[in-house]
Design a binder for this molecule. Sequence first.
Ligand SMILES: Nc1ncnc2c1ncn2[C@@H]1O[C@H](COP(=O)(O)OP(=O)(O)OP(=O)(O)O)[C@@H](O)[C@H]1O
Ligand SMILES: [Mg+2]
Length: 464
Amino acid sequence: MSNVTVCARFRPRSSRELRDHRDGVCVRGIDAGTFVFQDDKEDELTFSLDGVFYEDSPQAAVYEFLALPIMRDAVNAINGTIITYGQTGAGKTYSMEGPGIQDCDDHNKGLLPRVVDGMFGQISSSKDIANYTVKLSMVEIYMEKVRDLLDLSKGNIQIKETKTQGILLSGVTEVPVSDSAEALQHLCTGLANRAVGETQMNMSSSRSHCVYLFTIQQDSVKDKRVKTGKLILLDLAGSEKADKTGAEGRVLEEAKTINKSLSALGNVINALTSGSSSKVNHIPYRDSKLTRILQDALGGNSRMALLCCCSPSTSNASETLSTLRFGMRAKHIKASPRASEVKIAKSQEEPSSVTKDEKCGRILEKMKERMSNEDIKMLEEVLIHEGIISSLDSMDEVESAYEDIVSKTIQSLQLAVEELQLKVKKLETENKGLKEKALRNDEPGLVGKLSSFISSWYASFFTS
Ligand SMILES: Nc1ncnc2c1ncn2[C@@H]1O[C@H](COP(=O)(O)OP(=O)(O)OP(=O)(O)O)[C@@H](O)[C@H]1O
Ligand SMILES: [Mg+2]
């Protein structure tokens, strides 16, 4: 079981940080993954992550350590997710994109263009083994709505879940891309549509979470088998304190929504990493669009890499500490990605003019003649829930209702346990009080006499 790769990256101090807090750096490196961090009370805390990058670390080093292994696996049909996380202005977008996607020198290129180059490089070297088809989708989660960045007319994409494909974005634009240049061109178009604003902390602050999704399909030359890997890159919007960013009006509303979805992400990570493995925890994926989209990645069926972007300045020590704590927590997520479902290419499938859903529909129709409508409805729900027939909308509703019931049952059981524990405590205290009272009132030997009376009473009761 491989765990999530978590790294920290400290950007160079901004001109503002240099001006206001000249020597205030709160981090000192120890080795490749360990560093000492000084919090705002000047206590020193040692952190050990998979890797740590400092202001002079090149973009290529971050890519090679964090993203390259995940990209390689995705081309081999193992899903992967790469996330940049951190406070506003901490370097998430810089790490993901670099100073720009297309017109950027090689040295400064971010993870995204490097992943694209690496992916097509690997694909061209595997051409004799398989034919590859790559599709690109790009959405942003802005004010709790999923917007298609490659087609702005799709302003409220629904998130669905199916048994075979897991979480998917219903109706999202998927553009086929055949090489690096084409992919970068589409990425640029999408990025031009992303919501960006200016705050006191960042001249070009991302006001949305941006999701880049590559679907890499591999048709084997040898046996016509098809495998698919999903690669998600996610540039989160940063958490922010309104007094620091000077947010007001619309920007403040955006900040509230961003912070809320980041707390939902924190809650999901807490739920995933707390509690014993035997206890079935309710994971609140449905509390935000962000956590719902990440459900497969966080739930374990994906390799995951998290880059915790931080400011090195003492003025941001409390935000940096919370970013690092988030990273430490995420390290405990258990990931066990499976290679994608392997299926025979369509041309080899058993020819059939009737789909499975249609067959089930006919059977249900027949049954209606003998069973009540309610029973039929229940059966239909069970079939949908078990993935035997598909009805995306009702499946979502049924699962949602099912999750709600489970979560409510867990909550009421937890309440009952808490009540019982309180009662036991109360009884224990009462019992203790009674004992003390009895001892205090005890004439010499009263308690002893009482207990020997009780035992002789018991003995006579059982012998008679
Ligand atoms: N490693 C780095 N090297 C050089 N400059 C950097 C680095 N990281 C960040 N910067 C600069 O810091 C500023 C803020 O970075 P960026 O926009 O990436 O922050 P962010 O975390 O995406 O913030 P937000 O959450 O507001 O979108 C930018 O001007 C960026 O160029
Ligand atoms: Mg950003």
